[in-house]
Structures are given as C-alpha cells and as structure tokens.
Design a binder for this molecule. Sequence first.
Ligand code: FAD
Length: 416
Amino acid sequence: MTLLNPLPCEQRSVVVIGAGPSGAIAATLLKRQGHDVLIVERQRFPRFSIGESLLSHCLDFIEEAGMLAAVQAAGFQRKNGAAFACGEQYSAFDFRDKFTRGQDWTFQVQRADFDQLLAEQAQLQGVEIRFEESISAVDFSAARPVLTAQRSDGSQYQLQCDFVLDASGYGRVLPRLLDLEAPSDFPVRQALFSHVEDRISDPAFDREKILITTHPELRDVWFWTIPFSNGRCSVGVVAEATHFQGRPLDLQACLQEFIAQTPSLSGVLSNAVWDTPVQRIDGYSANVKSLHGPGFALLGNAAEFLDPVFSSGVTIAMCSASMAAAVLDRQLRGEPVDWQSEFAAPLMRGVDTFRAYVEGWYDGSLQDVIYHQDGTPQIRQMISSILAGYAWDQRNPYVAEPKRRLRVLAELCARQ
Ligand code: FAD
C-alpha cells in the first residue's frame, strides 16, 4: 500500500476566510492588537459585489480599524440619509437629525473599489492576504482546526490555526461544511440590478440619499436607486418570485418593465443609459444554527443575512467583525471568554432590531409610519437612528422594544 504524501501544513494563529468588509475589518483589528492573521480570499480583487449603500454606523468600525482617512479620501459619493417614495408620497430621513449621537453621514460606494481599498488598508497595516485561494475543506476534530486551501493552479496545502473567522459571505464556507445552515424566516425574494449612467436632471433628486421606491400596486415590491459620485447609479428591484411570473425573461427588459410601472421612478431614470448587463440574485436571505463553536466564529453574511431594504448588510458585517475581534483578542491572550454572551447575544440584539423593521416594511406597517406626514420629530429621530445603523443603541426605545413600539406607532398612524 502506498501512502499519499500529506499536504504541507502551515501554522498560523488566526485564519480569516474572505476579504470582504467583515474579513478586512476583523483581520485588521486583530493585527492592530499584535496577532498573527492570514486572510484567504477566493477571488482576485477588485471584484464586483452588491451592497453599495452604507449606513453611518459603518464609519465607526472603519475608524476603529484605522481606515477612515483613506475611505474619506477615495472620492465616494457622500450619503446623509434615506428617502422613500410611493406614488405622490415622499419621506426623507436625514442622519444629521437622529436620536443616537454618532456619524451624521456615510458613503455610497462601488463595492469593487471599496472592498479593494479596505483590503489594501489591511495589507498596509500588516495583514497578509492570499488572493485567488479558496478554503475547500475544514477539520475541527483536533484541538487546533485544520483548513485545506486550494490555489488557482489546483495545488493544495493546509493551514492549522488557533481560530477561524468565517467571513466568506454568500460562500458560507463553515455553515456549509459544518452543517450549520438554518432556513431564513423570510420568503425567497429575487433582486434584479444594474449600474446605469443615470443622467438625472431633476434638481429635486437628492444624490446624497438612497432612494427607496415602492411599486404603486405591489406594496412588497420595491426599488433601490443609489447614486455614485461619477454620474452613475446602482438601480435594482426586489420582489418575491411570484411577481416575476409572466414578465420578460430578458433581465434588462424585466427590470425596465417593473420601473415603467412605477412613474415616480421611471421619471427619475427617464434619460438613463443602460450600458451594463442586468444581474439577478435570489434566495439571498440565510440563517445559521449557531454563530460560533469551538475554534470558530461566523461574521457578516457567512452568518445571517436578512434583507437589503435598509442597507444593513455591511454594517452588520462590520459590527460582527468588531465584536468578534474584541472577544478573540482576549481569548488569544489567555483570558476566559464566553462567545455566546459576549459575541452572539449582543450582535443579535441589533440584527433583531433590523429584523423587526424588515418585517414591518413587508407587512406594510413601517411604510405607513414612514409616509405618515404628522409623525412627531422625536419619533422620526429614533427611526432615523436605526436607518443610520445605530440598531444596537438600547437607549433608543425603538431599538429596545422594536416590535411593540412599531406596532403601536403603526396603529396610531392608521387612526389619524
Ligand atoms: P462579502 O462581501 O460577500 O465577502 C465575502 C468574501 O469571501 C468574498 O470576497 C468571497 O470571494 C470570499 N469567499 C467566499 N468563499 C470563499 C472561500 N471558500 N475561500 C476564500 N474566500 C471565500 N448591504 C449594504 O450594507 N448596503 C446595501 O445597499 C446592500 N444592498 C444589497 C442588495 C442585495 C440585492 C443583496 C443581496 C445584499 C445587499 N447588501 C447590502 C448586503 C451586502 O451585500 C452584504 O451584507 C455584505 O457584502 C456582507 O459582507 P461580508 O464581508 O460578510 O461578505
């Protein structure tokens, strides 16, 4: 019997799977604490990614990782709030007018450039990133986990480490390989999207806000319009699969048909040049049985992804990175830590706040609140805080008790 040559095995302290926002921030925070960190990234950067409208709270994590000056200097479109439109109704929330103190503004970013910038900033601070290498297998049976990495030429090697942070986004490496996948509570929705040269001439259009437009007849169908600083916009529609039945099979024709049925948006985009293929993504909402286990934790989309309507994905990804890096730093220093009470539970408090608002959006109650004209300024400030990403601020009553507060508010709005 011939024994196969064992794969070469490299010893590291922390291996991060994926160099998206959660991976880049987590790795940099750990490196700044003096730990050995390696990121293994499947793709070559820059690469396209969806998720272009950031929330203000993101800037706190970018600052914590020492990357704020570079992000500010990169020329991305500034964003100071979120605007909502449905027929004749229009409602804008300004992040400068919010309950929670914190960042008043943020950016709308082409993710290819943004993610590359974060990765470069991580490298500048000493993080090693191996691009075009993929984690294909994991073994958590020994005291220290062993990962199998595959290079683009097909060759393989192993990485043994103290801890693995899975920041693989939709790759969901550990949930898949460790049987941690759990169904999402949300129905399967699809998104069609593209970048256009927008040629928006309407002076009332606010390039410093994401515009969320509701379809006039289908209340659960909505569009995003995210202006960039170079005269282009990201445009997309989100709907359940049933709403795509009977529509054009061609993705661009289908997206344009949805927009044509929505006069307040088709007017805004009437001069747009559709110069980029429309893409489709579906079934993106995902969940897991646990956010951590012996030797690993899940970050960002590798853990749970709710829904794009409040642009919360990158904020949750970065918040998970910040929380996990703090716990792991202490663990690597030999301190006792409890990942459930110090990472999973506090992270989920903010995620569950967003969850309540996503549910309220699709059942219509939050839309009633958003478009209600006589809302008190204090309540709008509390909602503005959540839209700015401060979904972990328990002093905000709409964070502390999101479901109950939102239900009461929606009933009040409906009565007036
Ligand atoms: P990612 O950014 O997905 O990065 C994961 C990285 O891991 C990738 O680079 C990938 O190549 C790498 N990887 C995967 N598998 C492996 C492997 N086996 N080995 C090594 N590397 C691997 N969020 C917002 O904040 N604002 C928005 O406006 C917004 N809009 C959205 C619209 C839609 C339709 C959808 C579906 C999502 C949207 N999101 C938005 C969510 C956003 O896309 C994600 O939440 C965010 O990108 C998550 O970051 P991440 O770091 O967890 O993962």
